[in-house]
Design a binder for this molecule. Sequence first.
Ligand SMILES: *[C@@H]1O[C@H](CO)[C@@H](O)[C@H](O)[C@H]1NC(C)=O
Ligand SMILES: *[C@@H]1O[C@H](CO)[C@@H](O)[C@H](O)[C@H]1NC(C)=O
Length: 555
Amino acid sequence: MGAFIIALALLGPTAVSAKSVFAHFMVCNTANFTETDWRTQIGLTQTAKIDAFALNMAKDEATTKAQLPSAFTAAEALQFKLFFSFDYAGNGDWNKATVTGMVNQRRASAAYFKYNSKPSVSSFGGPASGADWKNIKTAIGCYFIPGWPSLGAKTALEVAGGVADGLFSWDAWPSGSRSMITYPDASYFNFLSSKKYMALVSPWFYTNLPGYEKNWPWRGDSFWVDRWNHLISGEFQPEFFQIISWNDYGESHYIAPLDDSQYAAFTTGRASYNYVINKPHNGWRELLPYFITLWKTRTASIMQESIVSWYRQHPKGACSSGNTTGNTASQLQVEVAPSVTVQDEICFAAPLGSAATVSVTIGGVAVAATWNVVPTGGVGIYSGSAPTGGRTGTVIITLARSGTTIVQITGWPISPTCTNGLNNYNAYVGSMWGVSITARSPTLAVSKMKCARGFGANGFAGLCEWRCAHGYCPEAASFGTKPIGYTLSGLSPAYDGLCAFVCARDYCPSTACSYTKGTTDCVAVFVIGGMHSLEWCLLFKSLFTKKVSNRASVS
Ligand SMILES: *[C@@H]1O[C@H](CO)[C@@H](O)[C@H](O)[C@H]1NC(C)=O
Ligand SMILES: *[C@@H]1O[C@H](CO)[C@@H](O)[C@H](O)[C@H]1NC(C)=O
């Protein structure tokens, strides 16, 4: 017995998961920072239970050199962590000697984030320089987690003989008018095997910077809460999360406070106006401690109830859309009107210790508000929405229990008139804390919960509902006792895990799966598209089919 206990004690440290949450931090925005500013930002990050900043840095930026000493001094003083994320897309590929030198200069700092005792290093883009990382890793022994979204998971893992120790995708936003899904994550889990996955999670996306040739919103709506829920409850747990972003104001996905010392992007990007002014996003940050604790420890507690609400301040049909497109061809997406991707909705989320009702009025008129997600056992983060029906006026969101108001937000008004006559697709986020309550936790740990409701798109929808009814929630592979199923020829390998699981249990829908192994020829589309590969796969397939039939009709 004694020997058994010792063996467990020895196993302990290596068996412990090092789950960590990072926030994507744009160093280029900090030219006006003092060390005090770094301390302020770090303090807010620690309150949100974020473990480290992924310091995004493009090549040859003066701000990087000037600010890193203050950043590290502040992080050391506050026992916070930082690591480098070399952006190869901003100003081109980094020089490998520069990368090695920068990591060597900082790795001894207690503030440099280590994984398995190795300094963590990330990078974005630049797969053509992938072979450099073999030399860099030999020189500095780093733990390397690149994002090579242009390649897709399978090909990215083959770069330079498998130089990546883990990967992240750039699939943090849904395309078109659909909600967020986890199929791209599934394709990473499918191929990564023992390597680690860094899941991206982002609350929003709207950019309108003609100087950088960027001008599109992606659908936002409820996905800040949906994505945390999906990834926290999935069977395959990412080792890391990266929140996009802490302070990227130009893409409207910041969760840091508004800061007019960081708005250079609106000038250099030749924005027709600054679309983040008066659009605080702090409320999104307030949901993080619960989600992050739930993900890391599989349970969490509510000690104070609150409500967070977010919405766009113009009806989607109001004002001019300027030259904004919904989605972007630059990411190989089909462009649509922005009004197709965004919804006229008031979204809200509330950490609650027990059930409560939510109601919404716009301009004094009540609109139907419903919870779309009610946590198991009634404790946790409730979320929902209220369609605005195009109404304008002041927005009031009220949480009540047994007829008594718990907390209320008087949100900023929805207006039919817009700055410069252009619709602003950024979100206003309001929040309000209620009183403290006796701490309450969900009755079941997440790992003990079973699926109650599946979600999915295209051919996945039926699969997901079915697998869910059988208590299967994972995003990727699992095996039963019946013959294994394969993804139908021509479909994305994102289906592999599902088909393997469901066909083995006698549900093998012919729209997606088969008992005969075929070729998942959409792998090629992963190479071209990278993002939202499933849609592209299906789109290419339909185009290809069309071409073939056209040719047939000509001949
Ligand atoms: C720093 O402040 C100046 C003066 O307000 C401003 O012009 C500049 O854009 C700021 N830098 C950044 C990176 O935002
Ligand atoms: C839209 O694009 C046209 C042509 O490039 C340009 O002249 C115009 O100023 C743009 N409008 C806005 C609102 O950016």
